[in-house]
Design a protein around this ligand. Structure first.
Ligand code: C5P
Length: 235
């Protein structure tokens, strides 16, 4: 059972800054998200470095391509010891990802709907529904396609949890502790709200990475998550 649900997003433009934060956080944090920016800057060598240091890595590259390409790319990631990988919630892509993962312990998380999308944008894309309907559809499809879990807004987590049941891994970005500014985030929730809604993990970026004392900020967020813990069992 995991007692620390915090995943810190290493959204940095170079590997030195990422390394410095990981060193400053020390044993406070053992799970890091590497997204497109840092991946483009430092690639798999830095991901492997984190794994070697005993850190858990969430590789947030939101794979989306033809099945064969996804399958082969996921097979590569599966060999590295990465723990979570994001895949777009499109059926053929998810099934290919599952094939590529084979028997590796890598967990595949489907992206439901990007939180920057609203109904107007979905209409523009040709979807005849609102965001929450599409999130629900994607969550059902992800479970049917054998995904291990989903990434969703904390505001959708309760609805998603109802669809997935207790075993799926739900990861929510868009989390801000009570004391922090919302920044450019609109659909946010506090750590306690996200956990109480059914999230197993919360992704925290700038609130920690830009704090004057990142370790102290992590401790504060962790304290807040405890308020939401009563109804949740971590995967
Ligand atoms: O806003 P913050 O710096 O905490 O974001 C941390 C991470 O969460 C970022 O890497 C971003 O990709 C992800 N995120 C997201 N959806 C949002 C907000 C942030 O996936 N609505």
């Amino acid at each position: 059972m995991n007692t620390n649900p915090i995943i810190v997003a290493l959204d940095f433009e170079n590997v030195e800054e990422a390394r410095a934060l990981v060193a400053r956080l020390g044993s406070e944090v053992d799970f890091y998200k590497v997204g497109m920016e840092l991946y483009a800057a430092a690639g798999m060598p830095f991901v492997r470095e984190l794994v070697r240091e005993g850190k858990q890595v969430f590789l947030d590259l939101k794979f989306y391509d033809i099945g064969e390409t996804v399958k082969r790319a996921v097979a590569q990631v599966a060999r590295t010891g990465v723990r979570f990988l994001t895949i777009h919630g499109s059926n053929a892509v998810m099934r290919a990802a599952q094939e590529g993962r084979g028997g590796a312990p890598l967990k595949l998380l489907a992206v439901t709907v990007l939180t920057s999308y609203d109904r107007e944008y979905l209409t523009y894309l040709g979807y005849p529904c609102g965001v929450s309907e599409l999130v629900g559809l994607r969550a059902r499809n992800a479970m049917a396609a054998g995904m291990d879990g989903l990434v969703c807004s904390p505001l959708d987590a309760a609805a998603v949890r109802k669809i997935t049941g207790p075993d799926a891994i739900i990861v929510t970005p868009g989390v801000r502790s009570r004391s922090a500014s919302k920044g450019d985030q609109k659909r946010v929730a506090t750590p306690a709200e996200a956990i109480a809604a059914g999230a197993n993990y919360i992704v925290i970026g700038r609130e920690v990475t830009r704090a004057s004392d990142p370790a102290e900020q992590v401790a504060r967020v962790l304290e807040e998550t405890k308020a939401g813990l009563t109804s949740t069992v971590f995967n």
